[in-house]
Design a protein around this ligand. Structure first.
Ligand code: GDP
Length: 308
């Protein structure tokens, strides 16, 4: 069913060369361990993961006076794999028709762009997709999504600026049922309104959808921005506590950041990771895999350089 994914993972490997993430020194001993710690904090592995990696390195240094770059990479990979165990989401998102995927997250993280990328992804997989523009607060979001819709030939349900987002979600859901769509992707607002509360607004969207279909189990995916550091984890915890997340997507993993918060967020929330965003074009979305994520952190040139 998802044969086309092979194409996506191949392109992930092809592009990975462009990314230079963790710059691991050629050798590390007790004196230079601080360098590694700084690299890990810079990569946003934060206090959730960094101490665990450092402890493993220290323990390895009890046996060997000096560790080489490949030993360090092995240790980092091992700790990341351990912490990401169970994180790879299955793309089989359920049997309900239409499936609802609701994207939530802070303002500017990449929700609208990710909605378009997902529409493209599922359309390429042969699914009949519809988009719903529930970010009625940010006028540009509506325009942005409608523009993506026409570029991708995907129908968009939207309303005017300031409309009730739950009403747009309801209309979009009804339209998706009426037109026999397989998947409805809802974009939502990220900024706190002056008068209303974002979480209450999102909860209302789900209440209204449930009224329409009490059996509906929406996919609620939090979009994270790889360039934003450890605040992300606190924000993710709030989203999860308030609206119950079912998945994570890490956008902007093509920048200079390593997106280490993804591991911290998974460690805290234990919610499957579906995709990573690697650019601004509709096809720059890759299914998340632990192997690919680690591969991105340590591109081949890092391994080949003989001196750090
Ligand atoms: P929203 O406010 O969460 O809906 O965020 P947008 O979708 O409007 O994205 C904010 C900015 O991030 C835009 O300039 C997007 O083009 C950019 N963006 C989104 N995803 C990615 C990505 O994966 N990589 C890069 N480089 N830019 C992205």
């Amino acid at each position: 069913m998802f044969n086309f994914l092979k194409k996506f993972s191949r392109s992930a490997k092809d592009t990975a060369k462009k990314f230079f993430r963790l710059i691991i020194p050629y050798t590390v001993d007790k004196e230079s361990i601080k360098n590694i710690e700084n690299v890990l904090y810079d990569a946003d592995f934060g206090t959730e993961i960094t101490p665990e990696i450092i402890d493993e390195i220290k323990s390895a240094l009890r046996h060997d006076r000096e560790l080489r770059r490949e030993n360090i990479i092995h240790i980092v990979s091992m700790v990341l794999k351990r912490n990401l165990e169970g994180s790879e989401a299955s793309l089989n998102i359920g049997e309900q028709r239409p499936q609802v995927i609701c994207l939530v997250g802070a303002n500017g993280v990449g929700k609208t762009t990710t909605a378009a990328k997902l529409a493209h992804f599922y359309k390429t997989a042969g699914k009949d997709v519809m988009l719903g523009s529930c970010d009625t607060f940010r006028a540009a979001a509506n325009e942005q999504l409608n523009s993506w819709g026409s570029k991708l030939s995907v129908e968009v349900v939207s309303s005017q600026h300031g409309a009730d987002p739950a009403a747009v979600a309801f209309d979009a859901y009804k339209a998706a049922i009426a037109r026999g769509k397989d998947i409805l992707i809802l974009d939502t607002a990220g900024r706190l309104h002056v008068k209303s509360n974002l979480m209450a607004e999102l909860q209302k969207i789900f209440r209204v959808l449930k009224k329409s279909n009490p059996d509906l189990v929406p996919n609620v995916w939090l979009v994270l921005d790889s360039a934003i550091g450890s605040n992300t984890i606190e924000s993710a915890k709030t989203f999860h506590a308030e609206i119950g997340l079912t998945g994570l997507i890490m956008a902007k993993l093509d920048g200079t950041s390593a997106g280490g918060t993804l591991v911290g967020a998974y460690k805290k929330l234990h919610i499957p990771i579906y995709f990573i965003g690697t650019g601004e074009t509709p096809d720059s979305l890759e299914q998340f895999s632990i192997e690919n994520y680690i591969h991105r952190l340590f591109p081949p040139d890092n391994l080949q350089k003989s001196h750090g």
